[in-house]
Design a protein around this ligand. Structure first.
Ligand code: NAD
Length: 475
């Protein structure tokens, strides 16, 4: 869908996210013809540099992250629309220059790809210097607060200068093609929705498993942990899309109203239904070494059993798990269906439950496991086989699945908030998260150790075993 010309300012234009995701994503949209003539993309950050030096910086980022698929003419044309403005979010200089770079006419969007402590400063200065217009949009990165109080304060700060329709809180999981496909599968087919409830779904597993450790982000991560860094936002958003009622339209507030109802229906989580872990590798490679905090009680792994207390889901648990330094890198949602009410084939004939797996990474796609008869003359033995739909395979090799950021940035320009979190949603998610964190703090719970390269702490296996269930294997 074509968009109108825009002026996009990226605060934090020299940062890691801008280099790895935002500029490469914008370049791909440019090559696809989605960045019309007359657009401007302006990097703004503290470093002193001119337009030419910044174009070199962006060119180097494209070379690194797009690599061989760059087309030199296209790169040159793309760099022609890139500008730079040195600015300190907390200072007074630079704002007049930024204003001078903006034109009358194009939609203005401001991407806050800086530390959250600066979001308020940017909002205030954009407003005070008359740079933001009533049609302008701001994009805010995660983390959105670190608890309910800070999220509320941040919402209030932004609301002082922008109305809700102008604020795009990004959760890049929502920009993933498979996540949007989840909505298509649920609401554009008659096959699944009749089964999509506690009568037919035994349980749901949501897994985000990483092989990397905290890397260079140790300082930040140790103040956050897996619950805040992953569960409160990404896993919660996935849970909402699975559990929500059908919205009456695929429109921003219709979808977000339904997601909000799910978050509000979440039960508090009992201490016995949470397992936290911390990786303990060889000396020098433990979590504690990497965050340089020998006393740290922050979790690099968490598993929880979550109950959605409403008519549709009562009795069907959602098991969530995420962690670092695990055996495999995978993000998936698995809908585990119940047994048929009666087996005409008798016991022990190889029955396995039907599973719908929605893979976010690697190789985005869906896979439905169904039972068939094992071929051959050996009688009626059952076998489970995949009905596989890898998007790349099903849609042809030349279909390029856009990166989540590409999709989301273009939605900002289009003014479509469907895939962005509303302020009340974020607050509701924190209202559920806060007591869980306060609970383990009050009890003085420490995370259990686990070996890097495994599937996490033993207790996480027990969380399902004691319910007669097991986690899916992540290779
Ligand atoms: P970074 O530290 O690499 O870059 C920060 C940017 O902010 C730099 O361009 C820096 O010049 C600029 N900056 C710092 N102080 C400034 C000031 N006072 N005024 C103006 N500019 C200033 O950070 P990053 O990794 O690019 O992350 C940016 C945001 O995106 C953060 O909110 C982060 O939590 C979020 N985020 C990053 C990633 C990622 O993969 N890097 C992923 C998800 C979310």
């Amino acid at each position: 869908i074509p968009v109108d010309p825009f002026d996009l300012v990226i605060f934090g234009g020299t940062g890691d996210l801008a280099r790895r995701k935002i500029f490469p994503g914008l370049y791909r949209r440019f090559v696809d013809g989605q960045v019309p003539d007359g657009c401007r993309i302006v990097g703004a950050a503290r470093s002193e540099m001119d337009h030419a030096a910044f174009r070199e910086f962006v060119g180097a980022a494209l070379a690194e992250f797009i690599g061989d698929s760059q087309v030199p003419d296209q790169v040159a044309a793309f760099l022609d629309i890139i500008f730079y403005c040195p600015i300190d979010a907390k200072g007074t200089s630079g704002w007049a220059d930024l204003k001078a770079l903006m034109r009358d006419g194009p939609v203005r969007a401001f991407y806050f790809s800086v530390a959250p402590a600066l979001f308020g400063d940017l909002a205030e200065r954009l407003h005070d210097h008359g740079i933001a217009t009533p049609e302008s949009r701001i994009v805010v990165e995660k983390p959105f607060g670190k608890n309910l109080a800070t999220a509320k304060a941040l919402n209030a700060t932004l609301a002082a200068h922008f109305n809700e329709a102008q604020i795009y809180r990004i959760d890049h999981y929502l920009g993933k093609e498979t996540v949007q496909n989840l909505m298509a599968v649920r609401f554009a087919n008659i096959l699944f929705e009749p089964l999509w409830n506690s009568q037919f779904v035994d349980h749901v597993q949501i897994t985000v498993s990483e092989t990397v450790g905290v890397g260079g982000r140790g300082g930040y991560y140790d103040t956050s942990g897996a619950m805040r860094d992953m569960v409160q936002n990404h896993l919660m958003q996935l849970l909402c899309l699975i559990a929500m009622e059908p919205p009456n339209k695929f429109e921003p507030d219709a979808v977000r109203d339904e997601k909000l109802k799910v978050i509000r229906a979440l039960d508090p989580v009992a201490a016995s239904e949470i397992v936290r872990g911390q990786y303990r590798g060889p000396k020098g490679h433990t979590y504690l070494d990497e965050v340089e905090n020998p006393e740290s009680g922050t979790e690099s792994y968490i598993a929880l059993k979550v109950h959605v207390s409403n008519w549709r889901w009562k009795g069907t648990p959602f098991y969530l798990r995420t962690g670092k330094k695990l055996r495999g890198r995978a993000s998936e949602i698995a809908i585990m269906f119940k047994e048929p009410p009666h087996s005409i084939f008798g016991e022990g004939e190889g029955w396995k439950q039907n599973v719908l797996v929605i893979r976010l990474q690697p190789d985005e796609g869906m896979n439905l496991r169904v039972m068939i008869k094992e071929p051959g003359p050996g009688g009626m033995r059952l076998k489970d086989v995949p009905l596989d739909m890898s998007f790349a395979e099903a849609l042809g090799a030349d279909v390029i699945i856009p990166d989540a950021y590409e999709r989301l940035i273009m939605d900002v320009i289009r003014g479509n908030q469907t895939l962005f979190m509303r302020g009340d949603e974020v607050e509701a998610a924190w209202a559920w998260t806060d007591p869980i964190i306060q609970g383990w703090r009050a009890r003085g719970d420490m995370p259990a150790g686990y070996d890097p390269g495994t599937s996490g702490p033993e207790d996480a296996l027990m969380l399902l075993h004691r319910d007669g269930r097991r986690w899916r294997e992540i290779a």
